[in-house]
Design a protein around this ligand. Structure first.
Ligand code: ADP
Ligand code: ADP
Length: 226
């Protein structure tokens, strides 16, 4: 089964705003798939529907062949990193990243190795003992990224995860995410309003506008569109 399938999906919020409508979308396993479009076009809503944080008003969302609605979050084998990276304020950087592994009773030595390697990937080595409030916004965002990646989920849903980073770090993280995709082979669904970022990172891109998908294609197809 594909990693993600949306069929005729619509979402109207209680306020009456229809954020997305008529979404048909397939994301293949192992793909780096971006949702691209201007602010307010429905990217975050689409990601929240895939994560199961929102129920569709119409249509169906499937993850790895299973309907999302009604399945508890921890059974879905996806991890998410949203803009509001809710870290545990009382836990150190190390313990924030280790949290899911401890819950699954992964052996201590393996936790140390996996958390250490992941903190190296996101360039946070040396900050293991800090609390989130002692970190910059960009550092906190990288902790959230490490916390999601260390669990090795089948799919990772990311909402503008590099938005708070300066140019150098953003480029370094782009390279790291692509390397992780190659090495781990997980599926990425990646929300961005940055066309350049979508074009360099993605296997395929869905361009959203006003709650609808305007186009789906490879970076080349999207870029060369008249
Ligand atoms: P994007 O991520 O592309 O900026 P969103 O999915 O956040 O777009 O928003 C799409 C539309 O839905 C916007 O008009 C936004 O104001 C509205 N919207 C988003 N979240 C909510 C909500 N929780 N309640 C009501 N309206 C919302
Ligand atoms: P089980 O209890 O069935 O062993 P877990 O809860 O340990 O399963 O985790 C199953 C999968 O769900 C893992 O891949 C893990 O990364 C992911 N996961 C765990 N907790 C969460 C969460 N809060 N949100 C999203 N995914 C999660």
């Amino acid at each position: 089964a594909p990693a993600v399938e949306l069929a005729g999906v619509a979402k109207t919020y209680r306020s009456g705003t229809t954020a997305v409508r008529g979404l048909d979308l397939t994301v293949h396993e192992g793909e780096f798939f971006s949702l691209l479009g201007p602010s307010g076009c429905g990217k975050t809503t689409t990601l929240r529907l895939i994560a199961g944080f929102e129920e569709p008003t119409a249509g169906e969302v499937r993850l790895h062949g299973t309907r999302v609605t009604g399945v508890p979050a921890h059974r879905r084998d996806v991890n998410t990193v949203f803009q509001s990276y809710a870290l545990f304020p009382h836990l150190s950087v190390f313990e924030n990243v280790a949290f899911g592994l401890r819950r699954r009773r992964v052996p201590r030595g393996e936790i140390a190795a996996r958390v250490g390697a992941m903190l190296e990937t996101v360039e946070l080595t040396g900050l293991e003992r800090r609390r989130p409030r002692e970190l910059s916004g960009g550092q906190q965002q990288r902790v959230a990224l490490a916390r999601a990646l260390v669990n090795r989920p089948r799919a990772l849903l990311l909402d503008e995860p590099l938005g708070a980073l300066d140019l150098r770090l953003r480029q370094a993280m782009q390279v790291s995410l692509k390397r992780i995709q190659r090495e781990v082979g997980l599926t990425f669904v990646y929300v961005t309003h940055d066309q350049g970022e979508a074009l360099t990172m993605s296997d395929r891109i869905a361009v959203l506008n006003d709650g609808r998908i305007e186009q789906v294609g490879t970076p080349r197809e999207v870029y060369e569109r008249p």
